[in-house]
Design a protein around this ligand. Structure first.
Ligand code: ADP
Length: 161
């Protein structure tokens, strides 16, 4: 059984993330989405909330599991019997740091490969931080966020105002 890990902060999950999840889930027998606790300072949603939002958005995908972890990714992968880390690349600018991370993870766990999936063109500009900026205005978010996430995202933005 081939298991892959898709790590990130997902604060919140966007349609770009969901696109990578859907495509990776079609390649591997099992995909574990790993939400980092401390990936960003002052996140909008707690790690547990981010896990729940991803579970809601991926409920149709039977082979996707969502967990929060602060463990070193190379060890987390070993513990879960995963052979591959999946990363999404939006632009060349994403590549440099991801390339370095992939070499470090390989060094820490030689059995672990990193697979880069390029973003689909319509999602190339999408990031959680861009959506947070947009959310401050009265913009239709259905092109950016999974339907299951929009209400909670708006409620959280209003509560923070
Ligand atoms: P961000 O806050 O920038 O969205 P995350 O840490 O949540 O970053 O992203 C997790 C992973 O998803 C990273 O590999 C990132 O490159 C990838 N990713 C994020 N947005 C997209 C997108 N729109 N298309 C493809 N991959 C993406």
């Amino acid at each position: 059984m081939k298991t892959a890990i898709y790590p990130g902060s997902f604060d919140p999950i966007t349609l770009g993330h969901l696109n990578i999840i859907t495509r990776a889930a079609a390649i591997f027998d099992k995909l574990i989405v790993c939400v980092g606790y401390n990936a960003k300072k002052n996140p909008m949603f707690t790690a547990e909330e981010r896990v729940q939002l991803i579970r809601n958005a991926t409920k149709e995908l039977d082979n996707v599991e969502v967990v929060a972890s602060d463990e070193l990714l190379a060890l987390f992968a070993k513990k879960h019997g995963a052979c591959t880390i999946v990363k999404g690349l939006r632009a060349v600018s994403d590549f440099e740091s991801e390339f370095t991370m992939s070499l470090i993870n390989k060094k820490l766990n030689p059995e672990l490969d990193t697979m880069f999936l390029t973003a689909e063109e319509r999602f190339m500009y999408l990031s959680s931080s861009a959506v947070k900026e947009l959310g401050r205005y009265d913009v239709d978010l259905s092109d950016f966020l999974p339907a299951e996430v929009i209400d909670e995202f708006k409620a959280r933005l209003n509560a923070r105002r």
